[in-house]
Design a protein around this ligand. Structure first.
Ligand SMILES: [Zn+2]
Length: 378
């Protein structure tokens, strides 16, 4: 547990350098929308019975957003308004593609096949109508109303090199997960630099060259699914190497989320430390944004998430920085356990209420809108 002085220093240190504004801007960046990690309560039970462990709350609760998840989320976002009369807005860093579980089953799990998100929702609303009927339409409505402004989190939320190697070795855990229309509880990749969920992680540096097609196809798919080109990127899982920024740029990405202190992998486990801040540009002219507020209300860290988050926002505003909140969909998922969703959303609602009371001139904004504002140099 960090003591309060140490915590204060960390909060302030995150805001020492970067783009400045007197405006009270709140961005809420939420990773993982559109991704199927866990299929259903039934699937989780089957995985448990097969001995697949729960390593994180993602393995336990992270399912594709259901109709009830979205209904409850929208209710929370619309419970407040900023000084421009705008509701709170999520920037979901979202996936347009998922594993085509049926096609993989038909072909004996020898090859990887993916599908577009509307097809995934269509299948799920047939398989689990209670949870998924109307969910896709509701997600589209949220986008139309500006409550959700999805941006790019990769084509799919998994590392294809690892999946292919696991298929070749007929890995029990991976096959069990796939047979249950899930891709979770897979603890190790066999490489210390690659997480099975991190699409752009690699061992040999040359593996980066394979990512160009993933990026161009992913951004095409994103446009087909969400209705517009993405311009903001946050990689799924671990951090990317900047060598892929060129293909991201060629395919429309102007803004890149990154860490304040990034351990940049150079290949075979060698790392270099890179310092970043919001407003920094790379040699291609793409703009970096660094999330400076952590909000994971269902992660048990033994702290009060409302006051902890408010303190981080306060530090950002004190240094005249926008507050870029980092969160994950899993905090707002109720398909496995409704309690998980109601806890996450009640903390979110409290946070939003306190924000609007404390800073009446607050402005809610999507991450790419903040990027555009910084770009304009205002
Ligand atoms: Zn993610």
């Amino acid at each position: 547990m960090m003591n309060s002085l140490k915590r204060k220093i960390v909060f302030n240190a995150k805001n020492l350098i970067g783009w400045k504004t007197k405006r009270k801007i709140i961005v809420i960046s939420v990773d993982d929308y559109g991704n199927v990690r866990l299929d259903s309560p039934k699937a989780r039970e089957a995985l448990d019975n097969e001995g697949l462990k729960i390593y994180s709350r993602f393995d336990a609760f992270d399912t594709l957003e259901t109709r009830a998840d979205l209904e409850a989320l929208y209710e929370t976002l619309t419970s407040v308004k900023d000084c421009n009369g705008r509701h709170a807005v999520f920037t979901p860093f979202a996936l347009p593609c998922n594993i085509n579980f049926e096609k993989m089953a038909e072909t004996g799990y020898e090859e990887y096949y993916y599908e577009l998100l509307p097809e995934t929702f269509q299948k799920l609303s047939a398989l689990q109508p209670k949870a998924y009927e109307g969910a896709w339409k509701l997600l589209q409505e949220g986008i139309e109303k500006g409550l959700m402004v999805p941006q790019f989190h990769g084509r799919e939320h998994l590392n294809l090199k690892i999946l292919k190697e696991k298929l070749a070795s007929k890995d029990h855990n991976v096959l069990t997960a796939l047979k249950n229309r899930s891709y979770t509880s897979i603890s190790t990749s066999g490489y210390k630099t690659i997480s099975p969920m991190a699409a752009f992680e690699f061992w040999e540096f040359e593996e980066n060259s394979k990512f160009s097609d993933l990026i161009s196809e992913g951004l095409e798919a994103f446009e087909k699914v969400y209705g517009y080109r993405a311009e903001h990127f946050n990689p799924p899982g671990g951090r990317e190497h900047p060598v892929i920024h060129k293909s991201l740029k060629e395919n429309g990405i102007k803004f890149l989320d990154t860490y304040l202190l990034k351990q940049e992998h150079l290949g075979k486990g060698e790392y270099k430390r890179v310092f970043n801040y919001t407003g920094k540009k790379n040699h291609l002219g793409q703009l970096y944004l660094v999330r400076n507020v952590v909000f994971e209300p269902t992660e048990n860290r033994g702290l009060d998430w409302v006051s902890y988050t408010l303190k981080q926002i306060e530090a950002a505003f004190r240094w005249n920085r926008p507050a870029i909140i980092s969160s994950h969909r899993v905090n707002f998922c109720g398909h496995i356990d409704e309690e998980n969703r109601s806890k996450g959303l009640s903390v979110l609602k409290q946070l939003l209420t306190e924000i609007t009371e404390r800073w009446p001139d607050v402005e809610f904004m999507a991450a790419n809108q903040l990027g555009a504002l910084i770009e304009k140099g205002e």
